[in-house]
Design a protein around this ligand. Sequence first.
Ligand SMILES: Cc1cc2nc3c(=O)[nH]c(=O)nc-3n(C[C@H](O)[C@H](O)[C@H](O)COP(=O)(O)OP(=O)(O)OC[C@H]3O[C@@H](n4cnc5c(N)ncnc54)[C@H](O)[C@@H]3O)c2cc1C
Length: 428
Amino acid sequence: MSEHDARASASKHATLLIVGASYAGAQLAGSAREAGFGGRIVLCGDEPHLPYQRPHLSKGYLSGALDATRLPLRSAEYYRERDIELQLGARIDAIDPARRQVHRGAVTLDYDWLVLATGARARPLNVPGVGLQGVLTLRSLDDAERLRVLAPAARKVCVVGGGFIGLEVAAVLATAGAEVCVLETGERLLMRSLPAPLAGYLAATHAARGVTLHYGQALRALHGDNNGRVCGAELADGTLLPCDLVVTGIGVQANVELATAAGIACDDGIVVDAGMATSAPQVLAIGDCARQPHPWTPDPGDLRGLRLESIQAANEMARAAAATIMGRPAPPPGVPWFWSDQYDLKLQMAGLGAATDTLVTRGDLHSGKFTVWGLRGGRVAAAYSINRPGEHLLSRKLIAARCAVPPALLADPQVDLGAWLQSASKGA
Ligand SMILES: Cc1cc2nc3c(=O)[nH]c(=O)nc-3n(C[C@H](O)[C@H](O)[C@H](O)COP(=O)(O)OP(=O)(O)OC[C@H]3O[C@@H](n4cnc5c(N)ncnc54)[C@H](O)[C@@H]3O)c2cc1C
């Protein structure tokens, strides 16, 4: 019997219990089956919907370009065909690693492998008036439904937070004709994610579409009318911005409570090793809720690892967990990448831009098609492409190659960087 067959046979009587039915959980269920896991797979999620594509919520689903039928990640048949038991609307209340059990109300479920894929939730806004009608956030499909009901009637929208989700919402609602302002406490947009020239480019794009950007000021309070509906946002300097809809997008916090209560090590995320193992035996964690050691950490001396919030990371961690469960070495994480759609701009990012020392632009900002490369010690460490999908794909390879690239080559649109990389790799 091959080792693969032996592992598959050994897993026949095992139960893999996955808490959280979204990208990470659904990918793990599929990958575990694909890898030969022969036992019971239970995928438990507290949302009532089939696992769905969250990124659409602030993009095509909000704009109306996509309807709800396009949201599920996979069809119900997909799970049935693979004998993956979906338990939806099922919130797990507690886990007991010593007994290898989880609790849902009065129900107790036994497991051999437990995988926490509990994701993250929107960071709550903590100002007076946050409970008024018309103050929304956007993390789940139910949040998106609420926003889709209120958005068409909204005349003046205040978006709290100039991160990707806030800016995507601003773009959709401004395009639909609302007067939109964005409140950002930082000195500019996307301080941690984008270099200043690119953030400036995005800010100018929003301003050209009529969006007003307020920097460096916190929100002090939200005010309501006599019907309990939001009617104004008050800034720290006393400025009152009239609005009839507020959407908050001030980041997320990892859902670590189940793990913490069970005594599993957490540090802004459930701490895992390269195989996604937590500090408890037979318990793994993956996706937005997990902090993993990462080869692309900007500071290699930083031993805290990374907690990434992206589809790519969720899928890769799920595949790594499936490998661990099947007794194989986990594939290492790839170069991180992410995207954001705003108006007619597709921004695609690769690598992690912190601590880059040189920026090189390829293409013309005015054309709306260009890539900004971020170099660290002569090597490409990050790349930000606007409407340049080919260069984005190439940038992932250039970063992965960890080779020094002359800035003049990166800047020159006539240079075939793919061919250059091939010959550089051959020569290496
Ligand atoms: C509006 C929006 C736009 C985005 N756009 C992009 C994008 O363009 N590109 C990109 O890469 N990423 C994007 N993201 C981020 C991306 O969606 C996340 O990185 C991804 O969803 C993480 O998947 P996950 O499975 O780890 O966690 P989640 O998607 O957060 O899912 C975790 C699930 O577990 C459930 N859960 C939590 N606790 C329990 C419990 N105790 N019992 C049962 N179930 C539980 C949660 O309710 C949730 O359904 C976006 C996110 C949002 C909200």
